[in-house]
Design a protein around this ligand. Sequence first.
Ligand code: AKB
Length: 314
Amino acid sequence: MKRIIITGANGQIGVELTPYLRNLYGAENVLATARRKVPGPVSEGGPFVLLDVRDGKAFSESVESFKADTIIHLAGMLSARAEGDPLGSWDVNVEGSHTALEVARERGTAFFFPSSIAAFGPTTPAKNTPQDTIQRPTTIYGVAKVTLELLCDYYHKKFGLDTRGLRFPGLISYEALPGGGTTDYAVHIYYDAVKKGSYTSFIASGTYMDMMYMPDALAAVVDLMEADPEKLIHRNAFNISAMSFEPEQIAASIRKVLPDFTMDYDVDPLRQGIAESWPDSLDCTAAREEWGFSPKYGLDEMTQDMLARLKDRM
Ligand code: AKB
């Protein structure tokens, strides 16, 4: 990657990936795009343009004038929000992503797509979920993710496009709150632990999901995009995860730092249903073997860092 254009740069991943890439590749070589201009590092720390990914003409012109060699396509709607607006989410998550893929084909750029654990469903083996397995998701978000995984594979095979992707687990970060996701409880819990010393979980006790600390996710994007293409057997998308836990385990980890922390439950049926349709834990062997995936943070290391950073901020 030398000249990178990022879509959805104001989202949970974009607000951290944009400065991270600018730091690695030079601020002038990373063009952030989003539908709104929000004051802060994304719009002020380097080049920025307003862009709706569904506007293929404007998108293509931005790629051409910036001379981008890589599109990091992050614009999208998360799982629970998408379930509340299936048609709107299809428009952004499938039509918008397909437009982005077409722009990549037209301009000959590499293309990164963030898939998700949501690309799996209730008939997928839930434990140690294989890289290649049954994908019959029951959420509109998951259906969109599978569609794009397949389209990316197709564009690679048919047009030789350099498409690469990751199946992200829940991402946990102190920089930005996610919005409308099912794994969001694992971020909110840290904020409430620092602010109030207690948390009410919308996910039920005993519900396991894969998770990862944001620094490991950022490194994974770069490691995959810089990987030797000859070594990639898979393209879209690699299973990646750093840990799998249920609410009681993250609460116990927080109590090691804040012994008085308490948690109770007010389970949200929508998000609980989504969580139960997703895997408990992914097998990441392909990512390790094909491009050296190796996350650094486990649950307790992440908890210590999250709480220390949030305390500084709040
Ligand atoms: C969500 O919960 O929707 C996302 C995801 C796992 O894709 N964090």
